[in-house]
Design a protein around this ligand. Sequence first.
Ligand SMILES: O=C(CO)[C@H](O)[C@H](O)COP(=O)(O)O
Length: 237
Amino acid sequence: MTATPPDPAAAFKQQAAIKAASLVQDGMAVGLGTGSTAKFVVAELGRRVREEGLRIRAIPTSSVTEKQAKEEGIPLTTFGEQPELDIAIDGADEIEPRTLNLIKGLGGALLWEKIVASAAKQFVVVADASKYVDHLGAKCPLPVEVIPFGWENVARQLGELGAHVTPRRNRDGSFYLTDEKNLIMDCVFGPMIEPEKLGRSILEIVGVVEHGLFLHMACQTITAGPEGIRILTPQQD
Ligand SMILES: O=C(CO)[C@H](O)[C@H](O)COP(=O)(O)O
């Protein structure tokens, strides 16, 4: 087995995560994100539940986060019991600092993440400062979740929208499957000028379940880097 190299940004991720977790108050219903930054949020909330008696109910955005939340002793709930969340805190792969538009889903959880974020009164994003970009798509592919049947045709149509499309695979070459047993197409579009239009075009393709563009959803980003913690809200045009 090969050891995972240490994450040089881990300390910044943890700083941002602890700051964001401090927004969670007693009695809140909380959406728990997925990824290496959200993991620190879940750990901090677990600590507060155990040490401070914080009473929360949470909905996780992936089976991985669900497992961590249970291990941390965070009580879980469902949308049946809790249709609206007070806050959701999650990571991001790219952040456009003016609009707080995001690309998410490199961790494969974009569908549940979008459902949880859209059910939250406040959607707060945590990241290290390396996630800022001038235009979405500058550094990362856009993950698109598609059903397995007919994926080749969906990939072709994503290509016609201008993407270089790669189906995501595991190390052993098998297809990566999401928690909903769907596939992920990683779509390199390059810097996006009109992400809203692109998002609409992607959703028109039959077989697409959801894409990783989170547009006008975040109310705040909390990032940390060598210059310290930076908190942004969307700028009004
Ligand atoms: O969208 C996600 C998972 O689907 C993650 O939030 C995103 O990939 C950021 O992850 P990390 O905090 O590990 O950089």
